[in-house]
Design a protein around this ligand. Structure first.
Ligand code: ADP
Ligand code: ZN
Length: 526
């Protein structure tokens, strides 16, 4: 049935140059294509702009059958199909905005084998039984699921209809490889994608998530408007996106900026379609420099010269933050991400989260929020922190985030690291940061029980303050010498790298605590 993937006399490389006009594959595109041509279910994690589309478009062109592309947004599908058609590829999309006759015509072409790639939203597969009956009869070579993180409740953009995609093979009663693609997924979301899509012994490809041209900055959220003006004045001629939490604040801020002589427009899901399109088009054409938006703005917007992304309020999690800031600098030129942070925002979001979902959801989302807060409070490299979150090692300080630019000196912190790591080891990797710090400092607190007080490391770190320990432990987590395991309470765990340090085989660089973190949460789990 599906041995039609390798029918093509053409090689991937030839299609890349003949159809798309590119000389060479980027990153692991070629390996991904090989995996799917070898009929393996495949998960692709690649940052925005990395070149995900070619990973399924080329196999689609190699196969004799039809490739289905599942995509959450109509606007996204339209753009993709148009650009494929410009390259002479016979692609089409089918959705509810089309007239009946138009849909019939597309199906007719599919039936005749003219269409290579058919784009659709997931709803289509689960609401239209005659359409499914039709698809069952077509030879399907491959199904690509774009924005696959939408399947996960732990992601930042959950769409319930994505859930049903796990039944796809049964629904279409055929065998074909499935490729899931996403630009953001932490470990938990990744696991969820694999499980919920029921991928069969999948190959997983993870590209580097480092966006080296983006400089990360976090500033305290006081005198916010003044600080904002100062920042904007430094980039008067540039385009940027300002994210706010509420619809109302996008309108108020856009209005205020216009009064102050800036070119700005609001954007949020409550505006009517025409207003939204106007704002979006004006921004893309550079007629408007600043879009003040809720997170409803951005997915599928391909504007390369966005020079900055500002968060007026704290994002709910790192994935959202990474995705939103990732809209800056797609042209590769230097760009900035600026976030305003206050602990008040953490408290506010925690409240929203608590009333939103069931217990398990609340717990996971709270942990993600705490990690977001830790990102803001970290005094070591922010890029390292972000990449670690996506499971990627970035050994040195980046030199291009606010903490790197401010932190001057590092020192040999091996002894400090060994103390922290052996405390975690002796406590059997069962506790969070505060407990480990209390243990290291020999706290008299009742919560540290007698057997633990007898352990060798107890009190050996009393020469350092709580703040200092917090700073060092956070740096050890960023550098993957320790891992923060998410659970009911975040728990510190050892990693493979820990043992090298404990055995004295690896030295650890730490930076001095320069400034006390903006706010101290004091409640980082047990
Ligand atoms: P993503 O979906 O990962 O955000 P796209 O598939 O839209 O990224 O690709 C981003 C841009 O990079 C597109 O303009 C695409 O044509 C281009 N691109 C992708 N692969 C290559 C390549 N191998 N060589 C040159 N350009 C590429
Ligand atoms: Zn840095």
């Amino acid at each position: 049935m599906s041995d039609n993937l390798t029918d093509s006399p053409k090689k991937p490389q030839e299609i890349l140059s003949d159809v798309f006009g590119y000389a060479a594959f980027r990153g692991n595109q070629e390996a991904i294509i090989d995996s799917i041509v070898g009929k393996k279910d495949t998960l692709v994690l690649m940052p925005t702009g990395g070149g995900k589309s070619l990973c399924y478009q080329i196999p689609a062109l190699m196969a004799s059958g039809l490739t289905l592309v599942i995509s959450p947004l109509i606007a996204l599908m339209k753009d993709q199909v148009e650009s494929l058609r410009q390259n002479g590829v016979n692609a089409a999309f089918i959705n509810s905005t089309q007239e009946y006759a138009e849909q019939e015509e597309i199906l007719r072409q599919v039936k005749q084998g003219g269409v290579k790639l058919l784009y659709m939203a997931p709803e289509r597969l689960f609401s239209d039984t005659s359409f499914v009956a039709f698809l069952k009869k077509q030879p399907i070579s491959l199904v690509a699921i774009d924005e696959a993180h939408c399947i996960s409740q732990w992601g930042h953009d959950f769409r319930p209809e994505y859930r049903k995609l796990g039944t796809l093979k049964a629904l279409l009663q055929q065998e074909f490889p499935v490729m899931a693609l996403t630009a953001t997924a932490d470990k938990l979301t990744r696991q969820d994608i694999l499980e919920k899509l029921k991928l069969d012994d999948p190959k997983v490809f993870i590209s580097s998530f480092n966006r080296e041209n983006i400089q990360y900055h976090v500033v305290p959220k006081n005198q916010q408007y003044d600080r904002l003006l100062q920042f904007l004045n430094e980039q008067r001629e540039e385009s940027g996106i300002i994210y706010c939490l509420s619809r109302k604040s996008t309108e108020q801020l856009a209005e205020r900026l216009v009064l102050d002589g800036f070119s700005a427009k609001p954007y949020h899901a409550g505006l009517d379609v025409q207003q939204k399109n106007e704002s979006q088009d004006a921004f893309i054409k550079d007629d408007v420099k600043i879009i003040v938006a809720t997170i409803a703005f951005g997915m599928g917007i391909d504007k390369s010269n966005v020079r900055y992304v500002i968060h007026m309020d704290l994002p709910k999690n790192i994935e959202g933050y990474y995705q939103e800031t990732g809209r800056a600098g797609r042209d590769g030129l230097p760009s900035k991400a600026l976030l305003f942070y206050s602990y008040g925002d953490v408290a506010r979001l925690r409240y929203f989260i608590a009333i939103e979902g069931n217990e398990e959801q609340t717990r996971i989302m709270s942990n993600k929020l705490e990690t977001m807060a830790r990102f803001c409070e970290t005094t070591s490299c922010r890029r390292q922190f972000l990449l670690r979150y996506f499971d990627e090692d970035f050994p040195d300080q980046c030199g291009a985030c606010d903490t790197c630019l401010n932190t001057v000196k590092t020192f040999d912190g091996t002894v400090i690291a060994q103390l922290a790591l052996s405390a975690v080891a002796r406590l059997n990797q069962r506790f969070g940061t505060s407990y480990v710090i209390d243990f290291l400092r020999g706290s008299r607190s009742q919560k540290i029980k007698q057997p633990e007080r007898n352990l060798k490391t107890f009190g050996k770190g009393a020469h350092l303050s709580k703040h200092e320990w917090k700073h060092y432990i956070s740096a050890l987590v960023s550098q993957n010498y320790l891992e923060m395991e998410t659970g009911m309470y975040p728990v510190l765990k050892l990693t493979d790298k820990s043992w090298k340090v404990l055995k004295g085989e690896e030295k650890v660089k730490l930076s001095y605590l320069q400034h006390v973190s903006l706010h101290t949460s004091g409640d980082e789990g047990a």
